[in-house]
Ligand binder design. Sequence first.
Ligand code: ZN
Length: 242
Amino acid sequence: MSTVPPERLGGTLLELQDLDSRIFSLLREIDGLPEEHRLAELERELKESREARAARKSELEDLEHRQHKLDGELDLLNGKIKEEEGKLFSGTIMNPKELGAIQAEIISLRKKSDDMETEDLEMMERIDAGKRALEESEEHARLVEEQERSAREAYNRELAEKESCVEDLERKRDGLKETVDPDLIEAYEKLLSEKGGLAVVRIDQGRNCGGCHVQFSRTQIDRFLHEEGIFRCEFCRRILVK
Ligand SMILES: [Zn+2]
């Protein structure tokens, strides 16, 4: 049962359609919020920057591990040199050939030790560079985290605002629906989906359908003039309002 008087039914249906189309466009806006794209972009960037940070960290740990190993080897080598020098100067070895061999061994060990010292220095430089690279990537990751956080807040704010608008409009729409005959509401909703959101149209200049623009017959035009309420276009089936 319709609780709206016939002369106000058309206006009510137009109002209903306006609410539905505002809800529809808000829902579409929610689906494609620019804040959501920005957030997705930053989430990707954040993932990449965290991966880069982890890679720098693992590179640095690898270098430090290698340097630690090198230092150990160098200590062993220097110990060996001391040992050989000890033998050389102990006075217990008198054989010149044997002494010559020890001297040659010491020279060769020192050469090796020098090379390793050089390698050690290079490693230290690489470690310093690795530390700087890690700091930079940590700084970058922090920056992106900050941007991502504020983009997420902006998105949530925008979303909440629009969702609350949708809820308000839906409440109004549902209230309005209650005042109209359910069969008519059913017909309206079916038309709304079939006719791309345009179920209710005005009668143009008293004689044309505002939806399909067909011109009505004389008899129809007379009915529009003398009857209250709503009509249906016999061509496009839309609900006609005076
Ligand atoms: Zn029509």
